[in-house]
Design a binder for this molecule. Sequence first.
Ligand code: ADP
Ligand code: MG
Length: 479
Amino acid sequence: MNEISSIQTRRPDHFARWERVRERLRVSYGEAIFKSWLQPLKLADVKNGQAMITVPTRFMREWIIAHYADNILRFWCQEDQTVHSVDIFVKAEPVAIHNPNAPVQHTPHAQPAGLEAAMLGAAANEDKPINPDSISAPLDPRYTFENFVVGKSNELAHAAARRVAESATVAPGSNPLFLYGGVGLGKTHLMHAIAWHIRKTDPSRKVIYLSAEKFMYLFIRAIRSKDTMAFKEYFRSVDVLMVDDVQFISGKDSTQEEFFHTFNALVDQNKQLIISGDRSPADLEGMEERVRSRLGWGLVADVHATTYELRLGILQAKLEKVPGANVPARVLEFLAHKITSNVRELEGALNRVVAHATLIGGAVTMESTQEVLHDILRANDRRITIEDIQKKVAAHFNIKVSDMHSARRSVAIARPRQIAMYLAKKLTTKSLPEIGRKFGGKDHTTVMHAVKRIDELSRGDKEFADDVELLMRMLQSAA
Ligand code: ADP
Ligand code: MG
């Protein structure tokens, strides 16, 4: 009897949910991060509201906990309300990340230690020498210049990338080339395009493309295996080095230091460097001044938010690559109009619409589009940014927006800052470390503490709770 009921309550669709969670992670973080960090995650089981995920190494577990676990849990909760924690295992060593709002509470097994310490410790298990073939990340065959649609918002970055790709040696005045801009606007695409172009036109040049996370990972592993010489030699032997998403290095002193030396050595040897980041070199918080200024020495090109025309152009170009797909112009215009946040989401939306029509065997219509995309469309309708929150909260408490980034501790400043962090956690999909970074490079534990504190204060003080509630409503209705 018991056995039968337990079979009946088992949910066979956990794996389908996990697939959807993975899809959302891929969309949120992009292909490169997804491949290096999230793809290796495997769902083991979901039991009593605990989702159990396995990872291959301790290092990965720490990294995932620090960077991605929040969003994994959040996405999962959106799929399945009964899940209250995501446990990440390496060889049966669980660490739990709990959803504080869930009814069932478990005490965490262990707190992740400071990230760098964790990485150093973890890397000890992986004392393998650097394998040169595995350093450059694979290039996406779709990310070529031919497939890149140029518009007002990206023409500068595109021209700069072309120029670097087409010069036989270092492009004068363009070393390093620093590309920056928001998520999903084509920075990685342009970097891969440069690499493809050089590989095709001059295969003798050694081109390395990797994420800043991977650079850091390799460096820390080299320290552990006392192999930093090989590390340095290796990087200094390349002709073109591309480091994607350099903001990940900020705050990691020893990695920054090594990055800086590698960087200088390469520039001195007249090797081409191409770096990308989510903001300009000058705005990279947690970067040492000399590293920042050096990053800005060459050509700095930004990718702006897309325009309607560019989004429509991208959709049309994309559609041409799908044989037989028939999407009415009205639907394309609707998508270009509605999905403004980033190109990755725009592509994802088009893929879903087309896939749905193929599966169902019907035509793509406005109705089917709205139905298939209702979740994305809603999210785009009311997307609140951390900057909006900081502005609104600062105005409400009559403090400066810059106080949101400061380390001032007086309650008149610190409390509004905590409220803003709290609202950022509640109203956006950003992870704790991401929120911390937006508040002047604070640690994710500071954000966690702020969220707890505001929860406590709200419970104890009706007036305070009303104030927070009011801010929340104002932000939601403005977005
Ligand atoms: P970023 O690195 O800036 O976060 P990506 O380069 O990963 O963004 O771009 C996200 C997706 O959008 C990729 O699939 C990329 O091919 C596509 N994309 C972005 N901009 C363009 C563009 N101008 N033309 C064609 N595809 C684009
Ligand atoms: Mg990218």
